[in-house]
Design a protein around this ligand. Sequence first.
Ligand code: DP6
Length: 325
Amino acid sequence: MKASAKANANIALIKYWGKKDKTLNIPFNSSLSVTLDKLFTITSVEFNKDLSNDIFVINDSIQSDSEHSKLSLFLDLVRNRAGINFKAKVISENNFPTASGLASSSSGFAALALAATKAAGLNLSPKELSILARKGSGSASRSVYGGFVMWEKGEAGVDESSFATQLFDENYWPEFKVVVVILQNEKKDTSSRDGMNNTVATSPFYNVWLATIDEDLKNLRNALKNKRFSALGETAELNCLKMHATMLTAKPSLVYWNSQTVELMKLISKWRAENLEVYFTIDAGPQVKILCLDKDLIRLQKKLSELKFIQNIIVCSAGSGAKLI
Ligand code: DP6
């Protein structure tokens, strides 16, 4: 009753921000992401009748009580489905900083969903796995697949209605790159979950955000279909800024950026004016993900190498979906 899986993190180009069903983790809006080839989680799960408690070791450290209970509840979903009651030992490693706005929960829960179901003797379809991973973390529903992925919002109260599907696989657009710029490695103060719940409850801009999503999704899907990079970049950057506008106007205001995030955002606009075709997207943390094509990568890397405040740069292409290893 043991299995291991690897899942890549994904970055949303059209963001998920807000839950209309907190129990089933069903979002207010559909979202669209790209799975990345260089940021991943490897997780092994062993169900064992001799264990009296679940044990979680993530990046070599035993988990806190709150993290532990969230993960145990997720394993309960798998245990109930498989009709077993054994506790599990879970060992998980990310190859990048955890909980700092680098989508560790997307790869984390996708890898856990796959390893745990396999270890419990279940063989879920990708769609079933996406539905299950969603209940661990919304963005994890997308990491089940490689390439460009759409997560359909579905209906509140209807578990099977909300899942991800692949739009284009990881080989579709080899020139497309996401340059992940790490500005800070510390864990963030406010989780995405708390941040989005508070935004939904208090931001006067939340409904405006929701009203613009369908158009953003349409534009982004068209841009992808025709490989029109400028349209993709413009739509993704604006969507990111709109999401952050809802956070900035929440009560209390939620600012995931630091001063270097803002400096880099301004530089990216400036570089674009100088004909370097780059766009940014930012999630619930200070890190900046720069979208570009191969033709501009060397010039971009040179510019970034001159910025002393950058801690690390990871150049990613579209990566594959979750797999057993
Ligand atoms: C800003 O998937 O981490 O990265 O469902 O509560 O676990 P939970 O939230 P999570 O939120 C991700 C938010 C985001 C945007 C996105 O990935 O779409």
